[in-house]
Design a protein around this ligand. Structure first.
Ligand code: FAD
Length: 416
């Protein structure tokens, strides 16, 4: 595995783990990355690759006036005010530096700055080619060094504390148990826990029937191991939900252009809620799904196709639009457009994208115990951490915050 004792053991080789490994070897540290799967990437590999950061070089010429403070305010609003301000500040003020670091290493971002569905401001960056997998392939390519070993098929199943020094990592590889204690620190980057159905439904029972679309390897075993030795968790009932396609996600962001109907053909909520709240309302319906009925301006003389849709609900909604009063659910009159016709219809079944709760850390990525004290030698970054993004997050914050705290954690372990 590694003949000399590593300075740093990193658990998990996704965005957080690989950014931490690169940061550490830049400082000359010996790094051992333990990865459960037989290839790197975890959920990062499956992601769209959107990375949010304030980047004046690209934004100012486009007349986009952004700042870390504005990024902070947006994430706080998106997270319904639940983000820990010190963690969110460390993230949003560190995002620009981390973005530039990736570019200086040679990672190619598209020059365009976008505002992805559900985000509050145009500060989304995408890889020039490919999605999340491109970060993984790139980081692996710059990691090739005698200082770093990535051990695949090595699942961490436990942690042991050692008085006032680094914890010991217990891993299994091909049925053999291994105990490893690094010289300076252990950084937990094992992703979220949404693949663990029991953990998810014990926190948020509405998600019982929801499919999870991230990595199956992110099952909360490392999180539980940290809790077992005294680590504190928070926000464990907060999850990011999404739908089958970006098209549906975008449609749900335009409340004038749709209504949602349940399996009895009835509206069940005002449609001008934020997208995550709409998903929650859908989860409360039978089969945890709903019909998204898309509305547009009347274009045709003939209205024959409209008879395929639940007429009672449509007539009721048309009346509300004509009178500009939604008696049933109180949708803002601004979004009550009339006349309209049905353009198309989709089935929406919210899926779990990632868990937002996890280990409690401080702004130095140090894991805190239930007394809010620093646990010696134990650090965490990425989706395994809770409290940064609050109750809901938008596309682009997960990868960026994973990378920022990974770099903070690696530097802190090595005191650089
Ligand atoms: C479909 C989809 C699209 C997304 N798109 C975006 C996007 O565009 N932008 C964005 O910001 N976020 C996006 N996200 C969220 C984002 O992907 C995650 O927040 C991010 O990848 C988390 O990175 P991570 O390094 O913490 O975890 P991961 O990338 O999941 O890495 C964790 C690693 O730890 C390993 N591991 C787990 N358990 C163990 C163990 N016991 N021992 C050893 N190793 C272990 C896993 O195998 C994995 O390789 C998306 C998520 C999904 C599901």
């Amino acid at each position: 595995m590694m003949s000399i004792k590593p300075d740093l053991i990193i658990v998990g080789a996704g965005m957080a783990g690989l950014c931490a490994a690169k940061t550490a070897i830049e400082a000359g540290a010996r790094v051992l990355v333990l990865e459960k799967a037989y290839r790197s990437g975890g959920t990062t590999r499956l992601s769209d690759g959107v990375f949010n950061a304030c980047d004046p070089q690209r934004q100012y010429p486009l007349d986009i006036h952004d700042s870390p403070e504005r990024h902070f305010q947006d994430v706080m609003e998106q997270g319904r005010g639940k983000s820990h301000p010190n963690l969110l500040q460390a993230y949003t003020y560190g995002a620009q530096e981390t973005f530039s670091w990736l570019e200086h290493l040679g990672f190619k971002f598209d020059d365009r700055v976008t505002q992805e569905a559900g985000t509050l401001y145009p500060r989304c960056h995408k890889p020039l080619e490919g999605g999340g997998a491109s970060y993984i392939e790139f980081l692996l390519s710059v990691l090739s060094s005698s200082l770093c070993t990535v051990a695949y098929g090595c699942e961490v199943i436990g942690l042991k504390t050692n008085s006032n020094s680094c914890p010991t990592v217990i891993a299994q590889k091909k049925g053999d148990l291994i105990e490893l204690t690094p010289r300076k620190g252990v950084l937990l980057c094992a992703g979220g826990f949404a693949a663990n159905r029991r953990m998810v439904t014990s926190q948020f029972s509405l998600l019982t029937g929801s499919e999870y679309i991230g990595s199956r390897d992110c099952d909360g075993v490392v999180l539980s191991a940290a809790v077992h030795i005294g680590a504190e968790c928070l926000h464990m009932s907060f999850f990011d939900l999404c739908s089958d396609s970006n098209e549906i996600e975008e449609l749900l962001s335009n409340p004038a252009d749709f209504i949602l109907l349940n399996d009895q053909g009835k509206r069940f909520c005002r449609e001008d809620l934020d997208v995550q709240s709409l998903y929650e309302a859908i989860l409360l319906q039978n089969n945890h799904s709903a019909d998204l009925v898309c509305l547009g301006p009347v274009k045709r003389e003939s209205n024959s196709r409209q008879s395929n849709y639940p007429l009672e609900a449509l007539n009721k909604y048309a009346k509300a639009c004509r009178l500009k009063i939604d008696d049933e659910f109180g949708k803002n009159p601004y979004f009550l457009r009339y006349p309209f016709e049905v353009v198309k219809q989709f089935k929406v079944s919210p899926k779990m994208k990632c868990s937002l709760g996890g280990l409690l850390i401080n702004e130095k990525a140090q894991v805190l115990n239930r007394e809010r004290e620093v646990m010696p030698g134990l650090y965490a970054a990425g989706e395994i951490v809770g409290g940064i993004l609050g109750e809901k997050s938008a596309s682009g914050e997960g990868l960026a915050s994973a990378a920022v705290f990974a770099r903070i954690g690696a530097r802190e372990v090595l005191r650089i």
